[in-house]
Design a binder for this molecule. Structure first.
Ligand SMILES: CC(C)(COP(=O)(O)OP(=O)(O)OC[C@H]1O[C@@H](n2cnc3c(N)ncnc32)[C@H](O)[C@@H]1OP(=O)(O)O)[C@@H](O)C(=O)NCCC(=O)NCCS
Length: 194
């Protein structure tokens, strides 16, 4: 059946780009994950609140490396795009920021983030998310980037608002976590937002 609306972005728009490093500010930047990032990944996946709000666990060093390697595969498949949030001073990974469930035909993606406990308290996720979304609008030409967080996760609500994502509403019983169904707040930034 013929399409009435052309895809907003063509297939191939992501993999045509080499994954860039993205400057956040004087202290932070985003860079592709590397094999040497195993320690912070292991730390993240054994941190209770990161485990609580994410869907997967990691079992052993092979899975840590697999998680790191999967980002390059996902970039080529144009399904997800993930960066390590690193300190500019020592290039140490302290968190992750990513575009999930990328839908080029709709020019949309969902943003996801975590920060290791030792690096919290400096609004790292909001700063990184804002810079990542700016790149997604200006270079990839996405139209809408949204995020979902459980209503039981107020820290993520603060990140969303500080990252420039106004709240749009609540999806009732939308996501199944290990402890049951959660109501989810939707926040989004549009490329046309100021
Ligand atoms: C959410 C997360 C990324 C924020 O880390 P961060 O960028 O270092 O954020 P900060 O520690 O600077 O806190 C940001 C804001 O949240 C608030 N906050 C932090 N923890 C909170 C908590 N448990 N309850 C309520 N507010 C909290 C802070 O007071 C701060 O608010 P302010 O800017 O108005 O002062 C981090 O807590 C994390 O990795 N959590 C687990 C994973 C997660 O929830 N990911 C998102 C899933 S949707």
């Amino acid at each position: 059946m013929p399409r009435l609306v052309d895809p907003a972005l063509p297939a191939g728009a992501l993999r045509a780009l080499a994954q860039p490093e993205i400057a956040v500010d004087d202290e932070l930047r985003l860079r592709p994950w590397r094999a040497g990032d195993a320690d912070p990944v292991r730390t993240a996946f054994t941190t209770p609140d990161i485990q609580r709000w994410h869907m997967r666990s990691i079992d052993g060093d092979d899975e840590v490396q697999q998680w790191i390697d999967d980002w390059a595969t996902a970039w080529q498949a144009e399904t997800d795009a993930g960066w390590a949030i690193v300190r500019t001073g020592d290039d140490q990974a302290i968190g992750q920021a990513s575009l999930r469930t990328l839908a080029l035909f709709a020019a949309q993606a969902q943003v996801s983030y975590w920060v290791v406990p030792a690096a919290r308290g400096a609004r790292v996720a909001a700063r990184a998310t804002r810079a990542l979304t700016d790149w997604a609008f200006q270079t990839l030409r996405l139209h809408r980037v949204f995020l979902l967080h459980s209503t039981a996760n107020p820290a993520s609500c603060r990140v969303a608002l500080e990252g420039g994502f106004p709240a749009e509403g609540t999806l009732r019983g939308h996501m199944l976590h290990a402890d049951g169904w959660h109501d989810m707040h939707v926040h989004a930034r549009l490329s046309t937002d100021r």
